[in-house]
Design a protein around this ligand. Structure first.
Ligand code: NAP
Length: 245
């Protein structure tokens, strides 16, 4: 089995995903740059290669069955196995002019779109990549969640972070719950699966508002992607430690 480990990062063409790819690449991982747009994908691969990363392009729309199946076949041809999967691709869904998703007037189509990407997309990609992950000695899966997915924080009037986001926040709570179910299913194996909160990061997603850089936002995911055997699984982490469910 090749010594070089291979990682796949979804939504790696920009923002936090790009920095996760760059960080894993700097640690010596071969990195599949999962991205749906050809131009953005190729430009990210070029930029990573220029920085010395062994990167390869993986056309990938997490909402498409065929796209995801094809991506798994490509990773198999390129690397034969997968050591790390980072499910980073995510969307907020339309926030409207007031930057809010009001539950009392929520468009159900918006909820479906957000869940399709943020939750079903993760399940779709994870299950397609699982046969390749099982060929790794130490498979790691990291799901990029958000602090707004923490029910404890959302329900606490003293914490209550961010605006009301009735589609996006519950999609990350759903993702957290799914992460726990994967961890339960993988109990007793070497597959570790965790959720990561990047903090409030200045990316396209936040209109480039937020105190943290994409590189800072990538740090917890990189740590979870490189956990030693016997490390935590089925948990939710940020820089400072565990995030309450
Ligand atoms: P971003 O800059 O908007 O990047 C999002 C990435 O996801 C882009 O590469 C985007 O690709 C990709 N993506 C969206 N839908 C996709 C699909 N159907 N298939 C494949 N790729 C898709 O946002 P970001 O801030 O880096 O966010 C990355 C992750 O962190 C998300 O899961 C987000 O929920 C989470 N997060 C962000 C923050 C924050 O403060 N920024 C906080 C907490 C959690 P395109 O370029 O093609 O659109």
């Amino acid at each position: 089995m090749s010594e070089t480990k291979t990682a796949l990062v979804t939504g790696a063409n920009k923002g936090i995903g790009y920095e996760i790819a760059a960080g894993l690449g700097a640690l010596g991982y071969r990195v599949g740059v999962g991205a749906r747009d050809r131009v953005r994908r190729e430009s990210a691969v070029e930029k990573l290669r220029a920085a010395g990363v062994d990167a390869f392009a993986v056309p990938l729309d997490v909402t498409g069955d065929r796209s995801v199946t094809d991506a798994a076949a490509l990773v198999e041809r390129e690397a034969g196995r997968l050591d790390v999967l980072v499910n980073n691709a995510g969307i907020s869904g339309d926030m409207g002019p007031d930057w809010v998703q009001d539950p009392t007037t929520l468009d159900l189509g918006l909820v479906r779109t957000v869940v399709e990407t943020n939750v079903l997309g993760v399940i779709r990609v994870t299950n397609a990549m699982l046969p390749l992950l099982r060929r790794s000695a130490s498979p790691r899966i990291v799901n990029i969640s958000s602090g707004v997915g923490s029910l404890t924080r959302q329900a606490d009037p003293d914490i209550r972070i961010g605006p009301v986001m009735a589609a996006y926040a519950p999609s990350k709570t759903f993702l957290n719950a799914v992460t726990v179910q994967y961890a339960r299913q993988f109990a007793g194996t070497d597959i570790l699966v965790n959720a990561a909160c990047p903090g409030l990061v200045a990316t396209d997603f936040t209109g480039f508002q937020g105190p943290r850089t994409p590189e800072q936002g990538a740090a917890t995911a990189i740590r979870l992607a490189t956990l030693l055997d016997g490390g935590p699984t089925g948990s939710f982490f940020e820089d400072d430690g565990v995030v309450p469910w």
